[in-house]
Design a protein around this ligand. Structure first.
Ligand code: HEC
Length: 138
């Protein structure tokens, strides 16, 4: 291999490494920052297991859970139907819902929007730390 070829190869490897780390960065949330974002949610939601609020469903274990699945909360018919139709709160669906709840589930009750993608990623990371693998869904 001559010098020219190895330079070309090195630059291909470096470009690949950059692209990978950049994509990883863009898709990741910071749970500590998400705790701060969640302050906008606490008027209506709790992340503590079993804690009831009249204003919104309990969000303990919500990541990975079926929509409309808190047995102690009276959801809108729209949200119940979305859950029965198979809507699962994975990262992708949460990102879309939190950006525009009524755009994603028409006629549902929540109106707060998080327009900044980083806020949404961070708050999802925070929720994952509270039973967020779906294991607490039962
Ligand atoms: C003013 C009250 C209010 C605020 C603030 C609010 N929500 Fe909600 N949220 C609701 C209501 C009400 C529902 C149930 C919607 C329905 O039944 O149609 C809901 C539903 C949800 C759901 C679906 C839960 C399930 O069990 O299917 C998620 C996830 C959610 N909210 C996340 C958030 C996050 C994250 C924030 C803060 C960034 C937030 N909400 C802020 C009222 C609120």
């Amino acid at each position: 291999m001559n010098i020219r070829t190895s330079l070309v190869l090195a630059s291909i490897v470096m470009t690949g490494a950059f692209a990978t780390s950049h994509a990883g960065f863009a898709a990741e949330g910071d749970a500590a920052k998400g705790e701060n974002v969640f302050k906008r949610c606490v008027a209506c939601h709790s992340l503590e297991p079993g804690k009831k609020k009249p204003t919104g469903p309990n969000l303990h274990g919500v990541v990975g859970r079926q929509a409309g699945a808190d047995p102690d909360y009276r959801y809108s018919p729209a949200m119940r139907e979305a859950g029965e139709g198979g809507l699962i709160w994975n990262d992708e669906n949460l990102l879309a819902y939190l950006e525009d709840p009524r755009g994603f589930v028409p006629r549902s009750k929540m109106i707060l929007k998080l327009p900044r993608e980083q806020d949404r990623l961070d708050v999802i990371a925070h929720m994952k730390e509270h039973g967020g693998d779906g294991s607490a869904a039962e």
